[in-house]
Design a protein. Structure first.
Length: 57
């Protein structure tokens, strides 16, 4: 998640909205995210010539 989303100010227009938001935060506390399995293999390319060929095609 981007840092900017953590630093954003939130203004609530009514109490039910604020309570709903707080309940969502409390329910999310302590929960772990799902493990993501990649279907394709990934490798780092460091050779400049190969990188040039990828972007020229």
């Amino acid at each position: 998640m981007a840092t900017k989303s953590f630093l954003k100010n939130i203004k609530f227009k009514d109490k039910p909205s604020a309570r709903s938001f707080l309940n969502a935060l409390e329910n999310a506390e302590g929960r772990k995210g799902k493990t993501v399995k990649m279907k394709t293999s990934i490798k780092d390319i460091k050779d400049k010539e190969i990188i040039r060929k990828i972007f020229q095609s």
